[in-house]
Design a protein around this ligand. Structure first.
Ligand code: PMP
Length: 323
């Protein structure tokens, strides 16, 4: 590719975004962010094999401490994704845990952070497969402010795209390739004026959002599709089911959800690591509840915020402090 000359002195001065961290973790080493290099042919095809995790760390301003949120659960899923892709993980869960906490410490974050470990095999080309490959693993970190406790709400539509299924491209594997399906649905929703799509699965019942799981509230119960409904086995979903049952004392139900149940539900929200809790205020033009964040959603939002930051000290096993 021809290197383009800078067009103005403004371009020359353009620094990397301030969120670029000082360090990246690659195959067991913490390196300066700019250092790792790959050949241009490693861009593209190897992404077919790529699996990843999205993890958050929350800053507790009072304690001046960063807590990684539900780290063990994310790393368990990372290892399961590798197993399903028939990769040979070069690290155990505890090694990866230390990698993440040391990288966060090296980058010196004093704010909320998004952490992304990625594993891929560079030999992936089309359908070519070599048995039991050891993947390249890298971990990135970036500043990512939380939306918890903020007033917010999204409009959603039922997508005309069907969610990928276990016998096609298992949504249980957190594979980059799965987001092709998500992007088609998100593009359609955006073109039609909605904030987000909601996928139905091949059985025609509710699956999930393009990068989040889905909950609705009906008659005081917190209801979400089962893990066999063509969804990612979401860590946030599991946390919210426990907080609903154990702290708020509301019925929590994992069952198939029909499309028309969404049109008359009392509350609805997406949940996930990046999405946190994202209230849905209208679905296909049907207003959800009173069209704002509902009371049970709000109670979960508060609990999630306080427990993830360690302001509420219950569930210490969900927080990994960064030294
Ligand atoms: N479904 C999909 C497709 C996702 O990308 C995500 C985000 N990782 C989720 C659900 C939510 O999963 P988690 O709560 O583990 O982030």
């Amino acid at each position: 590719m021809v290197q383009q000359a800078p067009r103005s002195s403004h371009d020359v001065k353009a620094a990397p975004p301030s969120t670029t961290p000082a360090h990246i973790w690659v195959n067991g080493e913490i390196l300066p962010w700019e250092q790792p290099q790959v050949h241009i042919t490693e861009v593209g095809w190897p992404a077919i094999s790529a699996i990843f995790e999205g993890i958050r760390a929350y800053w507790n301003a009072g304690e001046e401490r960063l807590y990684v949120w539900v780290l063990d659960q994310h790393l368990q899923r990372f290892l399961r994704s590798m197993k399903l892709m028939r990769m040979r993980p070069p690290y155990a869960l505890d090694d990866l845990k230390r990698a993440i906490t040391s990288l966060l410490a090296a980058n010196g974050f004093r704010e909320d952070v998004y952490i992304q470990p990625v594993a891929y095999v560079s030999s992936a080309r089309g359908s070519r497969y070599q048995a039991d490959q050891t993947p390249t693993i890298y971990i990135t970190t970036r500043s990512e402010p939380s939306a918890l406790l903020k007033e917010r709400g999204a409009t959603a539509c039922i997508s005309s795209w069907t969610r990928i299924s276990d016998n096609v491209m298992p949504p249980r594997i957190k594979a980059m390739a799965n987001y092709h399906n998500s992007r088609l649905a998100s593009a359609e929703a955006a073109r039609n004026g909605y904030d987000s799509p909601i996928f139905l699965n091949t059985r025609g019942t509710v699956a999930e959002g393009p990068g989040s799981c889905f909950f609705m509230v009906r008659d005081g119960a917190l209801i979400t599709p089962p893990i066999t409904a063509s969804i990612l086995e979401s860590v946030t979903r599991a946390v919210l089911l426990r907080l609903g049952a154990e702290v708020l004392g509301v019925p929590t139900i994992e069952r198939e959800i029909d499309r028309t149940e969404l049109y008359t539900c009392d509350e609805a929200f997406f949940c996930g690591t990046a999405a946190e809790i994202n209230p849905v205020v209208a679905i296909d033009g049907y207003q959800v509840g009173d069209g704002t964040m509902g009371p049970l959603t709000r109670a979960l939002d508060r609990l999630f915020h306080d427990i993830a930051r360690g302001i509420d000290q219950r569930y210490p096993e969900w927080r990994t402090p960064v030294a």
